[in-house]
Design a protein around this ligand. Structure first.
Ligand code: NDP
Length: 283
């Protein structure tokens, strides 16, 4: 079994981005990402911390705008509009979850597409589906980079994606399709899930259920991409795959942690540099 080492690849990507950022700075562009956080959510703060470290490493200026839990939707909209118009800001990201009184879809779609480094804006979602470009959501983007790095060609392969969320399941399905895979998407209403997972040449799982996929649910030689980030019974971080059970049956597998999660942050940095380059072209 070959471990798909996201940590190593993420470091390589960030090293290359560091050089690109130096070149941008020499050309007078200082890449800047603004992260909006509403309500001081504990989990969000951890994710913001990871982004902060990555931005420092790569040389991207990060501003975290913290808003009180009771901030109105209208105020948030106005602040984002200001950021849209601010030429010194290249990337805007709204940390989820938002408080219930704020319409998350409305907020995501206020961000102009060329600063939407998360790739969640409806225009970027459309570009990905139709053309396979635009800003690609960071987690699926990271998965494709990992597959590329390990020369896993999905053309003609049966890729089974378990989980159909807008941030992971749907966009990774689109990207796999773009790479000429045959894609099956499963979700919580799928009947006989194991019948599908057992057919997978490549299995992507993103459901948020600790150690859910076991060896009896996969075929020998499968490539497993484990997106899940959960706390197991021992309170340790684990994925959606029972790693110990599946590792000898799979040909390749991503560890958790050290697989898809670290790649996600690296791809965010890549999207920020791409956004800053739009500034270089005067877009
Ligand atoms: P969501 O809760 O938005 O979506 C979960 C998806 O899984 C839904 O489509 C749901 O089906 C499906 N699902 C849930 N339970 C089952 C089940 N028993 N069998 C089949 N399908 C099921 O989750 P996210 O996509 O946001 O995240 C999923 C996991 O990935 C979480 O652990 C999260 O922490 C992790 N994650 C990791 C990232 C990383 O960087 N590594 C980034 C983003 C997420 P239905 O649509 O029918 O409800």
């Amino acid at each position: 079994m070959i471990l798909l080492d996201g940590k190593k690849l993420a470091t390589e990507i960030k090293e290359n981005l560091k050089i690109e950022v130096e070149q941008l700075k020499a050309a007078g562009i200082f890449p800047k990402l603004v992260v909006i956080e509403v309500g001081n959510n504990f989990a969000s703060l951890k994710y913001i911390g990871n982004k902060k470290k990555a931005c420092e490493y790569v040389g991207i200026d990060l501003e975290v705008m913290e808003f009180d839990y009771n901030t109105s939707e209208q105020e948030l909209v106005e602040r984002i509009k200001n950021l849209n118009a601010d030429k010194t800001v290249h990337g805007i990201l709204v940390q989820m979850p938002l408080p219930e009184h704020i319409d998350k879809d409305k907020i995501i779609n206020i961000i102009v597409p060329n600063k939407d480094v998360d790739g969640f804006n409806i225009q970027n979602v459309g570009s990905l589906s139709v053309y396979g470009n635009g800003f690609i959501p960071c987690t699926p983007y990271g998965i494709i980079e990992l597959l590329d790095k390990y020369q896993i060609n999905v053309c003609g392969k049966h890729c089974v994606v378990v989980g159909a969320s807008n941030i992971v399941g749907k966009p990774i399905s689109m990207l796999l399709l773009k790479n000429n895979a045959t894609v099956t998407i499963c979700h919580s209403k799928t009947k006989d899930l194991a019948e599908f997972t057992k057919q997978a040449d490549v299995l992507v799982i993103a459901i948020g259920n600790p150690n859910f996929i076991t060896a009896d649910m996969i075929k020998a030689g499968v490539v497993i991409i484990d997106v899940g980030i959960n706390r197991g019974e021992d309170n340790q971080i684990c994925g959606d795959v029972d790693f110990e059970d599946c590792k000898s049956k799979a040909s390749h597998i991503t560890p958790v942690p050290g697989g898809v999660g670290v790649m996600t942050v690296a791809m965010l940095m890549k999207n920020c540099v791409k956004a800053a380059k739009c500034g270089l072209k005067g877009e």
